[in-house]
Design a protein around this ligand. Sequence first.
Ligand code: AMP
Length: 192
Amino acid sequence: MNKKHIILFGAPGAGKGTQAKLLMNKRSFVQISTGEILRNEVKAGTELGKKVKEIMESGKLVSDELIIDILRNAVERLPENIAGIIYDGFPRTVPQAEALEKMLAENKEEITACIKLEVPFKELEKRLLQRAEKEGRKDDNAETIKKRFQEYLQKTDPIKEYFIEKDKFYVVNGIGSIEEIHKRLLEVIDNL
Ligand code: AMP
């Protein structure tokens, strides 16, 4: 059986990370979160971490070149016998989506679906400010959140059209309890 390659899409705070982790537990998917990889690099003080720290803390996106390299490394390190990969926080630009597609095509695989967790901006802002208190992420403050939304609207949102054209775009209501949203996602994924 071919592996499923599922992009969890949505603005910062939509719940991508939380839902990706639940899907890992229930469906033997592996989550790749480029944001988490970068935060670990920053924490470990690596060369890469030093390069991206400021960019991340300002709410801007890291360059496509750098992030595509990181993604390729992460995918290459995965075991063979997984049901699929959940991409969380990647792609964030159309060139990143194209690069992923090209990379998968090298192994005769393809992106299965891009599923958007839809949450209104007012709610997203509230969630991110709450998360700041819980997790202490430096990029969850009011000013940086604004920049991240701007980046999302300008650079990430156009990905939607890219996948609509390929008939691979799905929308899930991201408002509700974590368990409710998880069930909605499973319904879409199990029918792919
Ligand atoms: P996240 O945890 O997905 O919200 O990512 C946190 C930050 O890491 C983002 O605001 C960006 O600075 C950077 N980042 C993570 N993933 C990407 C990506 N795919 N492209 C560019 N920058 C990224």
